[in-house]
Write a protein that binds this ligand. Structure first.
Ligand code: 5GP
Length: 137
C-alpha cells in the first residue's frame, strides 16, 4: 500500500506534531493514545514507513513485537493492570484510521473498555500516566 508521508504518525515521528512519549529507540516509538479507550492506552509504532503489517519488513516486524512486549510489560506494571489487551488493525475495512502501522496496548479488556468520553484525554493526565509507565520500563 502506498505510504502517505503526511499521515499523523509520520508527523509525530518527524516531531512536526507533538506526542506524549513513553519509549523511543532507533527503530521504535511508543506514546500515549490521544483518545484513550482506557487509562494507560499506549501506541507502539515502528519508524519504518509501512501502512499495515503486510507492508512491514520482517526485520521491522520482529523488532516491533519485541518492543510491544517491552512497553506492554511497563504498562501492566505502571498501571497495576491485571490484564493487558493488544490489538492492531490493518486497512480501513478493519477499522484502521491512521495509515501507519501501530499496536494498541490497552490495560484491561477491549470488550469492556470504557467509551472514549469517560476516559480523560487531558494532556496533564496523560503525561502523569506516561510518567508511571516510563518509570516501570
Ligand atoms: P486505529 O483505529 O488506526 O487502529 O487507531 C488509531 C489511534 O490513533 C486511535 O486510537 C486514535 O485515538 C489515535 N490517534 C489519532 N490521532 C492521534 C494523534 O494525533 N496523537 C495520538 N497520540 N494519537 C492519535
Amino acid at each position: 500500500m502506498t505510504y502517505d508521508n503526511n499521515n499523523i504518525f509520520a508527523k509525530i515521528l518527524t516531531g512536526a506534531i507533538p506526542c506524549i512519549k513513553v519509549y523511543e529507540d532507533d527503530q521504535t516509538l511508543a506514546f500515549m493514545d490521544i483518545m484513550p479507550q482506557a487509562e494507560g492506552h499506549t501506541l507502539v509504532i515502528p519508524k519504518e514507513a509501512a501502512v499495515t503489517i503486510h507492508d512491514l519488513s520482517d526485520d521491522a516486524a520482529a523488532n516491533l513485537i519485541k518492543k510491544v512486549k517491552l512497553v506492554a510489560n511497563a504498562v501492566k506494571k505502571g498501571m497495576n493492570a491485571d490484564g493487558i489487551t493488544l490489538f492492531q488493525l490493518n486497512g480501513e475495512p478493519a477499522g484502521q484510521t491512521v495509515p501507519h502501522i501501530h499496536f494498541h496496548i490497552l490495560p484491561g479488556s477491549y470488550l469492556t473498555a470504557k467509551a472514549h468520553a469517560s476516559v480523560s484525554s487531558d494532556a496533564g493526565d496523560l503525561q502523569a500516566i506516561a510518567d508511571k509507565i516510563r518509570a516501570a520500563l
